[in-house]
Design a protein around this ligand. Structure first.
Ligand code: ADP
Ligand code: MG
Length: 927
């Protein structure tokens, strides 16, 4: 066995050393497998399946891997290399296998996917596009089918029953977006049999960095349409178009921004490209007020106007045509910044898409209202086990660990990598850089060496294309605008004399093979023309060359005018270099330059990481609530007993009504209002009492009588239960939808108001929790109202989830954005006192966010407060003084206030009303 662990990082080496003996056993067993007949191999597989029900899977993994290896040889002609088996172990044990392009990761996945599928709980192999899902299901599926496993594939245009069949297979190939959307859709069904997915048990994510990092910045959203806001977009666009873009003369620190300092600004609005924000200057606010004909732009009543102005500002200030989006036949389409492709069908959220349409003067599409949403982070973390593979994970190892608890294991290549990665050429100007690139292409082309030129934008790829045309060099352009032929072009990019221009990651997953002639000419030469925002993506580009020991070279040609450097103080460096006599047409060799580029890229990476981390932090709050609501839905869907559920909701409404109308001192009680509302819901009369306690008891009694009478009207228990189930689900869905909008609104607001020194996530959490209480009350009200209104024999579908009698937001009596004078004052003081101490630290701190680091002053504060804080926790500790662990708490919670009789068929997941809130509070305390 000859696997070299040289040059690997410590962690990977440690893991691989542990697996080498396993590999040896797989090899030994493998030689015996060759003597088995096809039928005997299949019987072996069946035997493993049976054994998997009795023994731990770890006992079977050697046999299983050896079996798949032999089956692969017979079904596909490919015999997995030793390093591929090691990669298989990395996936089996739930890690990320980092293996270069061309190492054969698709085949690697065959071993762990088969092994995990022995458990019969379903394995998902996740790819980045439909083409790859189909290709891999066909190619690798052959091996699994050979061994008697069923293999399915879910594609975008499939109907529900096809999907359900594919998910029911032992192994399912599918794209990340189909997977996530099916999950969301499954949680909107009214009938269990309408679901398509089984449980989320084990997945292997191919191109895992693309899915879990690059794509995770945009959450998955299912939405419905509203069309009444088009005029607003047009109007706000017209206003912003009249504004004058200014600039700020001082670099603002994060603290400055937080505290609203806007120094030496001119014009109406300022674009901060570095932080990707746009804001109005005080003059701009005046201009907008004048153009809109309003007095106070900042007031709460103009919340939504501000929203539309703000996105119009973003559309004009931050989003560039042909870089961030393209306009094709009057349609605005997103350009995926990582693949450079048009992301067909994907849309910018929060109205930005409409704002861009208004800016481009094309037809404004309907605005969407979020019905269900989840981030990839939260979705993939639902799996019991997960694993991933890619050519480039190491530089994002920390993010994988922090967010997904995945470790990166680098697997050595099958054949040593001999590609030459040459030192960067850096030029003063873009023009000089382009000329140099062109010269290199011409030279290679002369001797027939294939060249792949990577650009970060479509615009740039077109510029190169024009330059090559002038030189009469035939070439292919691979970019967002001709996606259809992409796979073909990339497949031939390694042939003799080929010149291919591609936005950086176009064609991920398709292999570039050399021919004998192109190999002799030196193999594929990759030229990068700009650093990407993540080192990972640059490495992907280089990795297109040098597969399986092929010859090849790579070089990046950069300029100090490139976006990456321009935003990070390149001007000073340029001036300095010119001072030192740097020539335009010669590459600069100066350590300051390389340092500048390296730092700039690192800063951008860190910045994006914190954006994703912050998205996750916010979404974790949503996630807790989503889980509770989905669990609630599941209890109802799973049959359960809706009577008891409904009966609790009736209680809740009765109590709530008393609370609402009998608040404060006696003379403030609103008896008439109470009676009227009571009558409108329960239809019964009610005898009031002057004792509030009596009122509570009476309200519950009377409501229950009414409920029982209502139940008695149904001759069939099944009809009653169907009806109850329907109205409860309708109420949950309708209220949840409203609540999602509320959360969205809340989040935007929190960013606008920047609540002083408070952690915006905590503020969000707090306010989201209040909103959740309102949500639960709204669900109860709507379900109960629906139920009492409806008659046996009615078609329940007349009750649409959009016809809420009370929205959660109506029940939420406080304005979430109300900021008291004291709060503002406090905030200002805090800002003043912290301003100096923090200034200058902020920029390096971004990268530390993920580890929850705080500035030192707050750390000290906490230690001092420790003694007091421990008292606050007392109620959470058990007698021995230990913090209860999660399981203990759940068990205790589930039994509180539940009588034995009720406990009988009580599933532990059946939480309702107040209990839901309690369990929510419990999760909060953990956070
Ligand atoms: P990756 O995803 O790692 O870039 P692929 O899975 O696309 O690589 O495989 C690249 C090529 O290598 C494919 O043509 C595949 O058929 C071939 N290949 C993979 N494993 C083997 C093997 N063990 N022996 C021979 N060819 C292999
Ligand atoms: Mg691949």
């Amino acid at each position: 066995m000859s696997v070299s662990l040289k040059g690997l990082d410590h962690g990977s080496r440690k893991k691989l050393k542990k697996w080498l003996p396993l590999l040896e056993k797989v090899n030994q067993l493998g030689s015996k497998m060759t003597f088995l007949s096809d039928k005997e191999l299949r019987d072996y597989a069946d035997k493993l399946k049976r054994r998997a029900t009795e023994e731990p899977l770890n006992n079977l993994v050697i046999e299983s891997f050896a079996l798949v290896r032999e089956a692969s040889k017979r079904a596909t002609g490919l015999y997995p290399y030793d390093v591929q088996v090691l990669g298989g172990f990395a996936l089996y044990y739930g890690h990320i296998a980092e293996m270069n392009t061309g190492e054969g990761k698709t085949l690697v996945a065959a071993m762990p996917s088969f092994t995990m599928a022995l458990l019969g709980r379903g394995v998902h192999v996740v790819t980045v596009n439909d083409y790859l899902a189909k290709r891999d299901a066909d190619d690798i599926g052959r091996i699994h089918r050979f061994l008697g496993m069923s293999v399915g594939c879910v594609l975008q245009d499939m109907k529900d029953d096809e999907r359900r069949r594919a998910y029911a297979c032992d192994i399912t190939y599918i794209t990340n977006s189909e997977l996530g959307f099916d999950y969301l859709r499954d949680n909107k069904v009214y009938n269990l049999k309408d679901r398509v997915q089984r449980e989320l048990f084990y997945c292997i994510i191919d191109e895992v960095d693309s899915v879990l990092i690059d794509e995770s910045r945009t959450p998955l959203i299912i939405s419905t349409v509203r069309s009444d806001t088009k005029d607003l977009y047009v109007r706000c666009n017209a206003i912003v178009a009249e504004l004058v873009r200014g600039d700020a003369h001082k670099e603002l620190s994060k603290m400055d921004v937080l505290s609203g300092v806007r120094q030496q600004e001119n014009g109406d609005y300022i674009v901060d490209e570095k932080n990707r924000t746009v804001h109005l200057t005080p003059r701009g606010v005046k201009t907008v007020e004048r153009l809109l004909g309003i007095n106070n732009y900042a007031s709460i009543e103009h919340d939504s106007l501000r929203h539309y102005i703000q996105i119009a500002l973003q559309a004009h200030g931050l989003y560039k045509r042909d870089v961030d989006y393209v306009v094709n036949n009057g349609i605005v389409e997103i350009v995926d910044i990582f693949t450079g492709r048009i992301a067909h069908g994907r849309r910018f959220s929060d109205g930005l898409h409409q704002a861009l349409e208004a800016k481009e003067g094309v037809k404004i599409s309907d605005e969407s209202v979020v019905e269900a949403t989840i981030t990839y982070q939260n979705f993939f973390n639902k799996y019991v086990e997960k694993a991933g593979m890619t050519g480039t994970a190491r530089s994002s190892a920390k993010e994988f660990d922090v967010i997904y608890h995945l470790q990166v294991v680098t697997i050595p290549p099958n054949r040593p990598l001999i590609r030459k990665d040459e030192a960067d050429y850096v030029y003063l100007t873009k023009d000089a850089k382009r000329r140099a690139v062109l010269k290199m292409i011409v030279e290679c082309h002369k001797k027939g060496q294939p060249v792949l030129v990577g650009t970060t934008t479509i615009e740039e790829s077109e510029i190169f294309s024009e330059l090559l045309k002038k030189k009469h060099i035939p070439h292919n352009v691979l970019n967002a605008k001709n996606y259809a032929v992409e796979a073909n072009i990339i497949a031939t990019a390694g042939e003799f004399g080929q010149v291919t221009i591609a936005t950086n990651m176009a064609g991920r997953g398709t292999d570039i093979k050399l021919t004998d002639a192109s190999r002799a000419a030196g193999g594929l030469f990759v030229i990068g023309t700009e650093r990407h925002e993540a080192r990972r993506i640059d490495n992907q580009l280089r990795g297109r060359s040098g597969r399986q020991g092929d010859p090849g070279r790579s070089r990046f040609c950069l300029s100090l005018e490139d976006d990456v450097t321009r935003l990070f103080g390149a001007e000073r460096t340029i001036a300095m270099l010119r001072g030192l006599g740097a020539k335009e047409n010669e590459p600069i060799v100066h350590h300051a330059v390389h340092k500048l580029i390296e730092n700039a890229q690192k800063k951008i990476e860190d910045n994006y990481f914190s954006v994703r981390k912050s998205l996750l932090d916010f979404d974790l709050v949503n996630n807790e609530q989503r889980e509770l609501i989905y669990a609630q839905r599941n209890t109802i869907l799973n049959g359960g007993n809706p009577d008891r559920f409904m009966s609790r909701l009736v209680d809740q409404v009765a109590v709530q009504l008393v609370n609402n109308y009998f608040d404060g001192p006696r003379d403030a009680w609103q008896m008439d209002g109470f009676l009227a509302e009571w009558h409108s819901i329960f239809g019964d009369t009610f005898t009031l009492s002057t004792d509030k306690e009596v009122m509570y008891r009476r309200a519950m009694d009377v409501a229950h009588d009414a409920y029982r009478k209502k139940m008695d009207k149904y001759a069939l228990l099944s009809e009653l239960r169907d009806m109850e189930r329907y109205v409860i689900l309708t109420a949950i869905d309708g209220c949840w939808l409203q609540h999602l909008a509320y959360l969205d609104h809340l989040r935007q607001g929190i960013q606008f108001y920047a609540y002083g020194q408070q952690d915006p996530v905590l503020v969000y959490k707090d306010k989201a929790y209040t909103g959740f209480e309102a949500l639960l009350n709204a669900i109860a009200f709507n379900a109960v109202c629906f139920f009492f209104e409806i008659q046996p024999g009615d078609n329940p579908e007349v009750y649409q989830s959009s016809n809420l009698s009370r929205t959660p937001e109506e029940l939420l009596k406080v304005d979430p954005f109300e900021v008291s004078e004291e709060e503002i004052l406090l905030h200002q003081q805090e800002v003043e006192s912290k301003d100096e101490s923090l200034d200058g630290q902020v920029s390096n701190e971004v990268s530390n966010d993920s580890e929850g680091q705080m500035d030192e002053s707050s750390v000290t504060l906490e230690t001092e407060d420790k003694s007091d804080m421990s008292n606050d926790f007392e109620s959470e500790t058990d007698e021995s003084g230990n913090l209860l662990d999660e399981n203990d708490v759940n068990e205790d919670e589930a039994n509180v206030g539940v009588t034995d009789e009720e406990n009988e068929d009580d599933e532990s997941s059946e939480l309702m009303g107040q209990e839901l809130l309690d369990s929510k509070a419990e999760i909060d305390d953990k956070g």
